[in-house]
Ligand binder design. Structure first.
Ligand SMILES: [Zn+2]
Length: 241
């Protein structure tokens, strides 16, 4: 009888130790899987940032084009005013009276004054153009820097993912061989709990469940310490040891 108890106790202690080791490994495996899962999301965030830079550059280029178009319009106005003056001068030569001549002169002055207004506008637009051009350069530089950073990070992420994949493979192989060495009944329960709860094996500490921190009844505490059956927390369902 004493021998049987010792055997059972050693079985339980062994199984608990093995499951605790397995749990450590499972937690590492879970962290690695989580990190692997997060990598594409981080890459996506960077792609979004890159797209924002591309959009900012496109907007700056549009603004520059619009300034260029405004300048072209004003130049057109100035040219047509100059042509109009040439035409008026030509007509002026053919006029017969001083009165007609002066009237034409007034008309020419009005067009000349219009040209001055257009030229003032042209100067202001040139300043705007210079500013818009500076913004385009700034955005282009920012995009190039961001693109280089994203490219660098992509490489880092790729290398990290490859290292994690390889580590995961090793860990999963080790896990499989460790699991094969554990009592099937305990392992099945352990697997079910860890999948739902994140941690299956919890220590009874001062009569408190290490998983949900609820006070455990004396009978449960006693049974968990007895080392011969699986004992579960009534509150969270985890395996107590
Ligand atoms: Zn609990």
């Amino acid at each position: 009888m004493a021998l049987l108890l010792r055997v059972e106790r050693s079985f339980k202690v062994n199984t608990v130790d093995k499951l605790l080791e397995l749990q450590k490994r499972d937690c590492t495996i879970r962290d690695i899987k989580q990190e692997l899962q997060d990598i594409p999301a981080r890459q996506k965030e960077e792609e979004v940032r890159l797209d924002e830079h591309k959009l900012a550059l496109a907007e700056a280029e549009d603004a520059l084009k619009s300034e260029q178009a405004s300048i072209a319009d004003v130049e057109l106005e100035i040219n047509s005013s100059n042509e109009k003056i040439s035409k008026l001068r030509q007509q002026q030569l053919e006029l017969k009276t001083n009165k007609e001549f002066r009237a034409m002169e007034d008309e020419i002055k009005a067009v000349l004054s219009g040209i001055t207004t257009f030229e003032d506008k042209q100067l202001l637009l040139m300043e705007d153009l210079e500013q818009a051009s500076g913004i385009v350069e700034e955005k282009r530089k920012a995009l190039a820097e961001e693109a280089a950073a994203v490219e660098g990070d992509k490489k880092v992420h790729g290398d990290r993912a490859a290292a994690l994949e390889s580590e995961l493979k090793t860990l999963e192989e080790a896990r499989a061989s460790e699991a094969a060495d554990i009592d099937a009944g305990w392992l099945t329960r352990y697997d079910l709990i860890i999948e739902r709860k994140g941690r299956a094996m919890v220590l009874v500490d001062n009569g408190i469940c290490g998983g949900c921190h609820m006070q455990l009844p004396p009978a449960v505490i006693h049974a968990a310490a007895a080392h011969n059956t699986m004992v579960f927390c009534d509150h969270c369902g985890r395996l107590l040891y």
